[in-house]
Design a binder for this molecule. Sequence first.
Ligand code: SAM
Ligand code: DTB
Ligand code: SF4
Length: 342
Amino acid sequence: MAPLDPPAPPVSTPPAAGRPVEIHRLGRRHRTAARWSVAAVQALFDLPFPELLHRAQSVHREHHDPTRVQLSTLLSIKTGGCPEDCGYCPQSARHETAVADEPMLTLAQVIEAAQAAKAAGATRFCMGAAWRGPKQRDLEPVLEMVKAVKALGLESCATLGLLKDGQAEQLRDAGLDYYNHNLDTSPEFYGDIISTRLYEQRLETLEKVRGAGLNVCCGGIVGMGESSTDRAGLIAQLANLDPYPESVPINALVQVEGTPLHGEAPVDVFDFVRMIAVARITMPKTFVRLSAGRQQMTLEAQAMCFLAGANSIFYGDKLLTTGNPDAERDRTLIAKLGMRPL
Ligand code: SAM
Ligand code: DTB
Ligand code: SF4
């Protein structure tokens, strides 16, 4: 994908609701980084809903075809037994959930799943592993999986946790297109959710990914008990990455029994749509992915997310360990809205 163009607000823009307030010229070709303050992002969240949606739709139409939606299929290539303590995650060995620790899938199993995803209409195949990060001996079979997915003509994505020096380059050389690594929430709320890895370490992995020339897929989760300022804080972090991610997954917490976040109050549907709209406005060219949590959403809520600027979904009956609407239902929804897969 081409490098992202500047969001290009005028340098003299006065601090105003919904505008970046601080402009840094970082000397990059083609880009002037506009920094979003948390207050400016919060001002977007505080807009009346019709005003926010109008702005999001205007930005969306300027940069994307609003009738198209990108389809990514997920596969868990190494499930369960993860040493990390992410409070939302059914795969942490520290939480007693129904998810068992399984060995890594074989290359043949991955190829079979990728072929099925392609046949169903997905254009990207994303492989996830329940690791803190890959050891070299774990990475090698993943490199073979990436090569095989590419050979099928699919875009490839991997989400393997924290990367060590040189690992992003190995993935790139195998043909990886995207690396997913989420910031999950604001820096302030993060410590309430995860204690075994720091926000800073996540940012370092994102730098490694960017430094290797891979496309960045980075987003977060809503519905973990965070405040609206935390949501604004997450969006500001994402939008201030330079350049901002090519893909931004917005997940609604999937509550899984046995995880510490099971029983949290579900996120209000309009607040979820606001999150999508604010991501769209602050990161105009990115693909905003309406990600986990769709199984719990009505079709109308999902349609509202598309109207707010979402243009990508996880497509296929399963996310990593939890359910997703089945592919047939998604095809019907997309067709009902007169939209088309990309
Ligand atoms: N282990 C790697 C890591 O954490 O970076 C990769 C896989 S991990 C499951 C990828 C992302 O899935 C997490 O960062 C989180 O944003 C999302 N996720 C995990 N469990 C979730 C849940 N129950 N609801 C919503 N999103 C979830
Ligand atoms: C992302 O932001 N969401 C996906 C993907 N990136 C790896 C994962 C969602 C996981 C939901 C819980 C599960 O199925 O285990
Ligand atoms: Fe492990 Fe990733 Fe789950 Fe955290 S989100 S417990 S790192 S699999």
